[in-house]
Design a binder for this molecule. Structure first.
Ligand code: ADP
Ligand code: 5GP
Length: 197
């Protein structure tokens, strides 16, 4: 099945939404979609967030995240260096402000992959942003993906599944939903929504 846009907000054909936010429950495949975009569509600029989470195997500082300790994260917050930040399942995550604003000023398409709280904060501060929700084909498939990734301890998986229930209930707040059945299809739909293709 293809990625199916649901409830797409009409956008004038020549309009290029300047900032696109991709959100969705943990395990739905957001990082996989972003990794695919990084590889196949380097023309889309992806914001790299700061996080206090420890790197997973294969994750590199400055690529998937800037991995910082609590003290460094406190400083980023205190100095107003984050466009938004949130606590998620026991760790903090935030979007570096300057890099995003510079790209937007240069007229480049920008993609943020952030959680529901972050998406809400972006909507408040930048109402022109386009919010895209990545949904799983089913709840069982979400559980399978989150468990199958094998990167979290059982209690962390439980915390993430509890957060996922809250995130799934917020789908209607988003402009568009893409169902992640195929990563390639989702990437294609996302590029179309960003007017990159
Ligand atoms: P998120 O970043 O949303 O937490 P991940 O990108 O880490 O999720 O994906 C969670 C797991 O689901 C990974 O093991 C990934 O390989 C798998 N996955 C992602 N997209 C798909 C898909 N379309 N079909 C099957 N498995 C997928
Ligand atoms: P993970 O630990 O699985 O990489 O990410 C956990 C959650 O944090 C995901 O929902 C991801 O989208 C979100 N996230 C990543 N970066 C940011 C950020 O900069 N801000 C916010 N609010 N959430 C983020």
């Amino acid at each position: 099945m293809a990625a199916t846009p649901r409830g797409t907000t009409p956008v004038p054909p020549d309009a290029r939404p300047r900032l696109t936010v991709l959100s969705g429950p943990s395990g739905v495949g957001k990082s996989t979609v972003v990794a695919h975009m990084r590889k196949v569509h380097p023309e889309v600029w992806l914001s790299v967030s700061a996080t206090t989470r420890k790197p997973r195997p294969g994750e590199r500082h400055g690529v998937q995240y800037f991995f910082v300790d609590d003290e460094e994260f406190d400083k980023l917050v205190a100095n107003g260096e984050l466009l938004e930040w949130a606590e998620f399942a026991g760790n903090r995550y935030g979007t570096p402000r300057t890099a995003v604003l510079e790209r937007l000023e240069a007229g480049e398409p920008v993609l943020l992959e952030i959680d529901l709280q972050g998406a809400r904060l972006v909507r408040e501060s930048m109402p022109e942003a386009q919010l895209v929700f990545l949904a799983p084909p089913s709840w069982d498939e979400l559980v399978r993906r989150l468990t199958g990734r094998g990167t979290e301890a059982p209690e962390v998986i439980e915390r993430r599944l509890a957060a996922a229930k809250v995130e799934l209930a917020a789908e209607a707040e988003f402009d568009t939903t893409l169902v992640n059945t195929s990563v390639e299809d989702v990437a294609r739909e996302l590029l179309a929504l960003m007017r990159v293709v």
